[in-house]
Design a protein around this ligand. Sequence first.
Ligand SMILES: *Cc1c(COP(=O)(O)O)cnc(C)c1O
Length: 400
Amino acid sequence: MTDPYAWIPQSLDTIHRAHWHRQVTAIAGLPGAVVTINGREVINFASNDYLGLAGDDSVIQAAIAATQTYGTGATGSRLITGHRDLHTQLEQAIADLKRTEAAIVFSSGYLANLGTISAIVGSRDLILADQYNHSSLKNGALLSGATVIAYQHADMADLRHHLQHHRHRHRRCLIVTDTVFSMDGDLCPLPEILDLADQFECMVLVDEAHGTGVLGHTGAGCVEHFGCRDRPLLQMGTLSKALGSLGGYVAGSADLIDFLRNRAATWIYTTGLSPADTAAAIAALRILHSDPHRRTHLWYNIAHLKQAIADLLPTPTHRATIPLCLLPSASPILCLEVDAAPTVLRLGQQLLEMGVFVSAVRPPTVPTSRLRITVMATHQTEQLNQLVTSLKTAIAPSHR
Ligand SMILES: *Cc1c(COP(=O)(O)O)cnc(C)c1O
């Protein structure tokens, strides 16, 4: 007799040996530019709370007030007992920001992608997906049963090539892409993608998880940034990053949203967003509108840090350092590529000891190991400088 569960410790062992093992780190107190880890205050460069709204007092107060008025849970799915006026208000606020006819809110961004993709395409259809797309887009594509082809990252010649060879064999075609790539920080070439979609009769679904609140004149995202708001497409995103709450959304035509309310299983068969999360997102969207200065400051911080890191990186004359490479970025996500998983782990640990928290991201999440640094609007210039000083120390020859 063999133990049917014996494979679990064996698999864990393999994960450890590949330096792929991951575990949680507890953050104490409120989220923000400075957080407490293991009883110690560290500067936080690992959060997706780009505008610092998750710990903002007016957002917190909105969540408390909604809990007092509506209770803690939605108590049911949206189509049964779980629908509240607050949900309508939030969906209207998202549609206003995105300038679409309508929007629908899911319990998370992950569920929004699973439910939307599997509702709009099926086994007779084709999905063309950027190879670096988020896990939720990849799994949504698998769940749909469509034929899935990954194209080379942001490579429009490769996308065109696949369209020319495969498009005609399928009923519908959907192109899916992150707008801001979450583990790289670069942007998808949206205008070119939309042109190809026009030419080959494809739908386009963009994931604005890291674009919403960050990019575009009003913070509407990458679609606004590229001036593509009048073009037909499906925009999804999350309430959990720059908006500091929890939940996902899809914005688009009234027909699309009505269709999703009838066909997206991850919306129909799950409990509605909690009153606290809903109200927090509404409050965050208000701040997006009333305080554009936050976004301005975020971009000021991004420019400052990018320049400081570029100045620090090894040059051919400065050899005895760990090879680091700053990946191309047009967002608050700045990634320093490192040669190996053990090295990136050690750098992350050294930085933490120096009071700076960045995430060390490794395969299989990404193809190559990297330090992923995220900038917030609420970072002080001295805090950005401290990151640079600590990086300099960590990559100095004496630290090898
Ligand atoms: C975080 C993220 C999601 C999932 O959003 P959640 O609301 O956290 O479930 C989807 N897509 C991308 C690109 C993300 O970064």
